[in-house]
Every structure is written in structure tokens, then in C-alpha cells.
Design a protein around this ligand. Structure first.
Ligand SMILES: Cc1cc2nc3c(=O)[nH]c(=O)nc-3n(C[C@H](O)[C@H](O)[C@H](O)COP(=O)(O)OP(=O)(O)OC[C@H]3O[C@@H](n4cnc5c(N)ncnc54)[C@H](O)[C@@H]3O)c2cc1C
Ligand SMILES: *[C@@H]1O[C@H](CO)[C@@H](O)[C@H](O)[C@H]1NC(C)=O
Ligand SMILES: *[C@@H]1O[C@H](CO)[C@@H](O)[C@H](O)[C@H]1NC(C)=O
Ligand SMILES: *[C@@H]1O[C@H](CO)[C@@H](O)[C@H](O)[C@H]1NC(C)=O
Ligand SMILES: *[C@@H]1O[C@H](CO)[C@@H](O)[C@H](O)[C@H]1NC(C)=O
Ligand SMILES: *[C@@H]1O[C@H](CO)[C@@H](O)[C@H](O)[C@H]1NC(C)=O
Length: 507
């Protein structure tokens, strides 16, 4: 983080000699407003700005008007008021962990005021099985604090560096979600800074319309500075399993069909399950792994998994079944040897991803599954990208994600059985993104949809933001039938669209 060196006088002097006077004046009055409010501010002229403005996804580069590092909700409110005084010229975006696939934490465009929450890391585990945390916390740090204070746990995504603020705002899915829900399902209340700079509470009983909207679409409504969530006793036995197959497209189709059928009919809520499809490097050789976590005993796991393995019908090339305590299980899944994000540096990538949520009442046909494996069996071996596909089980019998009614929250994918994430990056994680990358991923999706009936309805998971979706696509795929309710609540809480980005409500 850098600090502002240039004085206001210097900015005013440069204003006199710069042709684009209006925008220069706007920027310097924004920065002087932020500084007068005593908020730690990094402007484009500050050393460190370039570093602070980097996106996790290096496919995007945006230049914010300024980046602020508030210490409190009051600082956030003051920063919002400074942007509001720009009469709509400066959009505001919160940045929690910065992991948005579309760099929406930088506003997804040039010229935003970025409210970086990383200095706001309070976290308290309460005596009533709830916890309260500020949204500067990353997922790994939340998990550690919960467990270290009474053995508590929350269902959330696996990457320790993902920010709690962005994650809870769009969903927040992890392998324990079928047992406990999405992060937004575990939220009991939130503190929110609104576009007028007021600091309000949102819960089922206070500002319930706002509470409905932030559980699925928070970035369009305000900046959530703090969440209160339900917690759970961390399970003692967490079995991480994987069964890996290296097969031709016909056998892969059979394995995936078994995954789909088992997911709908047999998987109990204590099972987190995904089909992970990776690069084999060889034409028409598909690497597919059935993997996940079972929260329970080994004997119960063996009974639960047996019907899936028998429906698959072929023996895995390799398998692994290991029991972990809670925190070690999260460390194993997180893949970076620690959950404490102060102990290791954040990474980045250069990538494009698409999401395809398959609804339980409109499963893929065998022809569509085969179309997908034929495509990756061919193009997957010749693309210049590094890629993977994850099909994550969200729904199915007894799933807590499924148990919530589709109109209880703004998250509208309750009938999603599983979600495909199709992800391709540059092989060294650095720019440039390979020229064939967008087509490769887009065609992966159409290898499925083109084989389904033309009126086939599917969704997308908003946390796996795809900035290339058209407005008609993202409105229906992320928000479904409840989009119009979001628009009307938006006109009450964010009427001038101060919080706006390329896929914000009302745009
Ligand atoms: C490596 C990696 C692994 C991932 N794994 C998972 C996973 O296992 N499960 C899953 O569900 N998702 C996963 N995701 C997706 C992740 O949930 C989303 O990208 C999420 O939005 C990131 O949150 P963030 O705070 O890090 O991002 P940011 O870029 O900071 O924020 C994302 C969006 O939310 C807004 N925002 C941020 N904080 C707030 C706030 N406090 N109030 C209001 N709006 C806010 C931002 O303005 C932006 O629009 C993963 C992403 C990555 C990059
Ligand atoms: C930043 O510096 C440039 C050139 O040095 C100047 O034109 C501009 O006004 C400055 N901007 C701000 C916001 O201080
Ligand atoms: C915003 O509009 C108000 C009222 O029209 C005006 O007084 C103010 O100077 C404007 N501010 C900016 C930064 O343009
Ligand atoms: C993470 O590590 C830092 C630095 O050692 C330490 O101060 C902090 O308490 C740790 N956090 C947790 C949640 O253990
Ligand atoms: C799609 O079209 C078919 C054939 O016309 C029809 O039977 C089916 O009900 C339609 N499905 C949806 C989801 O509209
Ligand atoms: C959300 O959409 C569903 C399905 O169309 C509809 O029944 C419900 O009334 C909508 N809910 C709200 C709160 O608008």
C-alpha cells in the first residue's frame, strides 16, 4: 500500500495546465475530499498505486480514480459521500479479496473509487453459535478464527485468499454447503453502508428488502462492512476422497452420467462432491476425477459412495481416501499449506471462465455429455491454454442449498443440481491470455448447449462472473425470475447507481 505524496496545491497547479480540466478537477476534488476526511488514500500519482490497482485476474487492467483503505464503517461512509459529491462521475466499488473473475473489485472499468476493505479484519466468535466478522477478512482467516474459538465452522469456498465480502455477496459455495448452505444462507444480519453514506443494519426484521437483495447481489446495493453468521460445530471426521480415471470420451460419458444420476437421487447432504476434469495432454484421453469430502465416519462413507462407484463400472487408475481433522482438511483443500493469509503471499492468474448451472428438472442428455467429452478430447489437447472443468454438486436430496426457497434470497439458482465451471488460463498465469482462450471456453459451453433442446433452460453461478455475458444473459442466468424485484429494491437503496459495474443491477 502506498501513501499520497503530492499536495493539493500541486494538483491545483497542474489543473491549470492540463487540457482535460473537468476530469482533472473532478479527480483532485475527490482526492482532497478523501484526505480531508482522514482516510488513507492512494491516488494515481502515489507510488504504489500501480501495485494496489492490480487485479487478481491479470486479463484486466483498470485505473481507479483512487483507492482508499478505510479502518471503519465510518471511514467507508465518508469515502462514499466523497464519491457521491462527484455527481455520478465516480462509481464506487468495494474490494474485499479482489478475486472477482471480471475485476469488478476495481469497478470493472476505469475511474472508480475502490474501497479496499483489507484494514477491516475484526472477527468475534459469539457465545450463541454466531460469529461477527468485518469484510476485510479472507476465507482462510475466517475459518481459522472460528475454529480457534470453540471449534466452530462455516461452509465456504476452498481458496483461503478469496475475500469474505465478495464471496458472501454472490453466493459462497464450498464442499460443506450441501450440509450447511451457501455463505449467504448462513448470514443472519449485515451492516451496510448505503449510497447516501448512511450505515444501516439489514436482517429479516430490519430493512428486510435490503437483506433479501444483498444475499445474492450485494455489490449493487451498498458496501457490507460486517456480517453476522450462524456457525456450526466443526465435524471431527472429514474424509477427503478422490477416484481418478483416464478414459476415452465414451467411458467418460458413462462416468459423468453416473455422477449426474447419483447426484440427483442418492447423495446425502454430508457429501460434498465434484467431478473434476483436467488436461490429459493426449487426444481423446479424458482425465476425470470424482472427488470431494464426506463429513462422517469411514463406514458411513463406504456405504454412501458404493452406489456411485458401482454405477461408474470401471476401476479407477488411482484412488485416495484419507480422514482429516477440520482445519487440516481445509488446508488440504486450499492447496497452499496454510489458512493464515498473513503467512503467505496472494497469487494471481490470467484467465477466462464460464459457468453453466444444470437445473435438476432439466438434466443433460447422454448426447450432450458425449458432445462435451468429444470436444475436450479434441480441442483440449491442442489449446494453448491451461484448463480445467469442475462440476460441483450444489443441490440434490437434502441439500441445504436446495432447501431454501427460490425467492427467499436474491440468489436464484436453488434448483441448480450442479454447476460446471469451465476455466482456462495462460500456462504461466501471466498475461497475455492465449489468443484461442475465449473461443476454447465458449465452445466448451456450446458443445453442451448445442446438443440440448433449443428451449433448454440453465443458469450460471454469479460468483464465477463471466464479463462476456450479454445483459439479457446475465440477468436471466444469475438472477432468474427475481431480477425485476432487484431492480425495484435498487431504485430505493442505490437510486443514482453510485455502486455500479458492468453487470450491476439496473445497468
Ligand atoms: C482462486 C479462486 C477460487 C475460488 N473458489 C471459489 C469457491 O470455492 N467457491 C465459490 O463460491 N467461489 C469461489 N471463487 C469465486 C469467488 O467467490 C468470487 O470471485 C468472489 O466474488 C470473490 O470475492 P472477493 O472479495 O475476493 O472479490 P472482490 O473482487 O473484492 O469482490 C467481488 C465483487 O464483490 C464486490 N464486493 C466485495 N466486497 C464487498 C462488500 N463488502 N460489500 C459489497 N460488495 C462487495 C466487489 O465490488 C465486486 O463486485 C473463487 C475465486 C477464485 C479467484
Ligand atoms: C497527476 O499527475 C499528473 C501529471 O504529473 C497531473 O496532470 C494530474 O493532475 C495529477 N492528478 C492528480 C489526481 O493529482
Ligand atoms: C455537483 O452538483 C452540485 C449541484 O448542482 C454542484 O453544486 C457541485 O459543484 C457539483 N459537484 C461537482 C464535483 O461537479
Ligand atoms: C496469522 O499469522 C499472523 C502472523 O504470524 C498472526 O498475527 C495471526 O494471529 C494469525 N492469524 C490467525 C487467525 O491465526
Ligand atoms: C421445450 O419444447 C418441447 C418441445 O416443444 C416441450 O415439450 C418442452 O416442454 C419445452 N420445455 C420448456 C422448458 O419449455
Ligand atoms: C421470484 O420469482 C418467483 C418465480 O417466478 C416468483 O414466484 C416470486 O414471486 C418472485 N419473488 C419475488 C420476491 O418477487
Amino acid at each position: 500500500m502506498g501513501f499520497l505524496h503530492s499536495s493539493i496545491r500541486a494538483q491545483v497547479l497542474s489543473f491549470l495546465v492540463v487540457a482535460n480540466a473537468a476530469s482533472t478537477w473532478g479527480a483532485s476534488s475527490l482526492i482532497s475530499c478523501l484526505q480531508s476526511a482522514g482516510i488513507n488514500t492512494v491516488s494515481p500519482n502515489t507510488s504504489g498505486f500501480t501495485q494496489d490497482a492490480l487485479a487478481f485476474n491479470r486479463r484486466f487492467e483498470y485505473t481507479p480514480a483512487a483507492i482508499v483503505f478505510p479502518q471503519s464503517a465510518q471511514d467507508v461512509a465518508a469515502a462514499v459521500k466523497c464519491a457521491a459529491a462527484s455527481n455520478g462521475t465516480v462509481p464506487v466499488a468495494a474490494r474485499s479479496g479482489g478475486h472477482s473473475y471480471g475485476a469488478f473489485g476495481l469497478g470493472g472499468q476505469d475511474g472508480a473509487l475502490v474501497v479496499d476493505l483489507s484494514q477491516m479484519k475484526n472477527i468475534v466468535v459469539n457465545s450463541d453459535e454466531t460469529a461477527t466478522f468485518q469484510t476485510g477478512n479472507r476465507l482462510g482467516d475466517v475459518a481459522l478464527a472460528l475454529f480457534n474459538n470453540g471449534g466452530r465452522a462455516l461452509a465456504h469456498g476452498t481458496c483461503p485468499y478469496v475475500g469474505s465480502g465478495g464471496h458472501a455477496g454472490c453466493g459462497g459455495f464450498g464442499l460443506a454447503s450441501r450440509m450447511w448452505g451457501l455463505v449467504l444462507d448462513q448470514v443472519e444480519s449485515a451492516e451496510v453502508v448505503l449510497a447516501d453514506g448512511s450505515i444501516v443494519q439489514a436482517s429479516a426484521s430490519t430493512n428486510s428488502d435490503l437483506f433479501w437483495a444483498i444475499r445474492g447481489a450485494s455489490p449493487s446495493f451498498g458496501i457490507v462492512t460486517e456480517y453476522k453468521v450462524k456457525t456450526h460445530a466443526a465435524p471431527a471426521s472429514n474424509i477427503i476422497f478422490s477416484y481418478s480415471y483416464s478414459v476415452n470420451p465414451a467411458t467418460a460419458t458413462k462416468i459423468f452420467t453416473a455422477f449426474q444420476t447419483f447426484s440427483q437421487s442418492s447423495a446425502p447432504p454430508e457429501l460434498g462432491l465434484q467431478a473434476s476434469i483436467g488436461q490429459s495432454g493426449q487426444k481423446n484421453v479424458i482425465s476425470i476425477t470424482l472427488t470431494g469430502v464426506y463429513y462422517g465416519s469411514t463406514s458411513a462413507f463406504n456405504k454412501v459412495i458404493a452406489p456411485l462407484l458401482s454405477a461408474v463400472g470401471v476401476s479407477p487408475q488411482s484412488k485416495s481416501v484419507k480422514t482429516y481433522a477440520w482445519v487440516p482438511s481445509l488446508v488440504e483443500l486450499g492447496g497452499i499449506n496454510t489458512l493464515n493469509t498473513s503467512l503467505s503471499g496472494d497469487s494471481h492468474d490470467t484467465f477466462f471462465a464460464k459457468s453453466l448451472m444444470v437445473h435438476e428438472d432439466a438434466l443433460l442428455t447422454t448426447t450432450a455429455i458425449r458432445g462435451f467429452f468429444d470436444y475436450i478430447g479434441n480441442q483440449g489437447a491442442s489449446t494453448d491454454t491451461s484448463w480445467f472443468v469442475l462440476a460441483d454438486l450444489f443441490g440434490g436430496k437434502g441439500s441445504k442449498v436446495r432447501a431454501v426457497s427460490n425467492d427467499d434470497t436474491a440468489y436464484s439458482q436453488r434448483k441448480g443440481l450442479y454447476n460446471f465451471q469451465m476455466y482456462a488460463s495462460s500456462s504461466n498465469s501471466q498475461p497475455p491470455f492465449p489468443a484461442d482462450g475465449l473461443d476454447f471456453v465458449n465452445n466448451m459451453l456450446t458443445s453442451i448447449t448445442s446438443k440440448m433442446p433449443s428451449n433448454w433452460s440453465f443458469g450460471a453461478y454469479a460468483c464465477y462472473t463471466d464479463p462476456t455475458l450479454t445483459p439479457a444473459q446475465w440477468k436471466s442466468q444469475y438472477y432468474g425470475d427475481n431480477y425485476s424485484r432487484l431492480v425495484s429494491i435498487h431504485s430505493k437503496y442505490n437510486p443514482s447507481s453510485l455502486f455500479r459495474y458492468p453487470q450491476s443491477i439496473g445497468s
